[in-house]
Design a binder for this molecule. Structure first.
Ligand SMILES: [Zn+2]
Length: 278
């Protein structure tokens, strides 16, 4: 199987975000107000799998409207995100990097996608959905969708970015996988499994792509980089630290499995766009 790592823009967030800070209103306030000198740039990764049953895209990155000229544009960002999220993310989407622009450069159009999988509903994972009309299926976990009505998620997952998209909502079921032993087997053949890794959000899914005896684990935002699970450092902007730790423990177990080709995180500063074959 081939898995393409795509960078669909970046975020420039407080330097405290990748390795946490206790989760509190005060720390969230500090992250929103972080001065430019205390911010770091992280990629926003999407992943395109060439699977025997079709092309599968995981997450969608930023939309062109946040960055019409390809540079940081605070006024444009505020037309897409509420002020608090605009202050948190400082998103940039350079020319040619929007998900549909990158797919088109590979000769792929939305109608060629058999599935778009959303790991969770935060805006850096859903904003690009508007460029993907025509994809055959868009899937999100029922647990993620259902809890989006909670005040804390309403504040961080703007409905305008995804509510109008027709999505299949899948149920996690009992499984040997994941900290909750909850997963969804997309094709019923274990080749693509969405595994509940709560903590960052309730319904967040990690995605396992399996081919032969090997697998790649996409950790979504349960870990911002491998250092999170290697050193058990919870990323910031989470919701429930104890669950984040359980999810990191599970990722560490999976990473130690001899079949694990790679663990890839959505916002790893060391990530480079490339193709993983396994
Ligand atoms: Zn994210």
């Amino acid at each position: 199987m081939k898995l393409h790592v795509l960078h669909c823009g970046s975020i420039r967030v407080s330097e405290t975000v990748p390795f946490g800070d206790r989760i509190s209103l005060r720390n969230t306030g500090r992250q929103l107000l972080a001065p430019e000198s205390r911010r770091i740039t992280l990629p926003v990764c999407c992943f395109l799998a060439e699977h025997p049953k079709g092309l599968i895209l995981v997450d969608t990155g930023w939309c062109r409207a946040v960055s019409p000229a390809g540079v940081y544009d605070p006024n444009a960002v505020k037309r897409v995100l509420p002020p608090s999220l605009a202050a948190f993310y400082h998103p940039v989407l350079p020319a040619g990097m929007a998900v549909h622009e990158q797919l088109a450069s590979m000769g792929i159009y939305p109608e060629d996608l058999s599935c778009v999988l959303l790991t969770h509903l935060d805006p850096d994972h859903t904003a690009g959905l508007r460029h993907l009309h025509g994809a055959k299926r868009v899937l999100v976990a029922e647990d993620e969708y259902y809890w989006s009505c909670r005040a804390v998620y309403k504040a961080r997952q703007p409905w305008s970015l995804w509510m109008d998209t027709e999505m299949e909502r899948f149920w996690y079921r009992g499984s040997p996988l994941g900290p909750n032993r909850w997963a969804f087997d997309l094709f019923g053949d274990e080749s693509v499994q969405l595994v509940n890794v709560p903590g960052h959000t309730d319904g967040q899914a990690a995605v396992i792509f399996r081919s032969g005896g090997r697998f790649v684990l996409l950790a979504a935002d349960s870990a911002f980089s491998n250092r999170n699970w290697e050193e058990m450092l919870t990323p910031g902007f989470g919701l429930f630290r104890a669950r984040q730790l359980k999810s990191l423990e599970w990722i560490r177990e999976m990473a130690a499995d001899p079949g694990c080709a790679e663990v890839l995180c959505s916002h790893d500063p060391e990530s480079i766009p490339r193709t993983v074959e396994f």
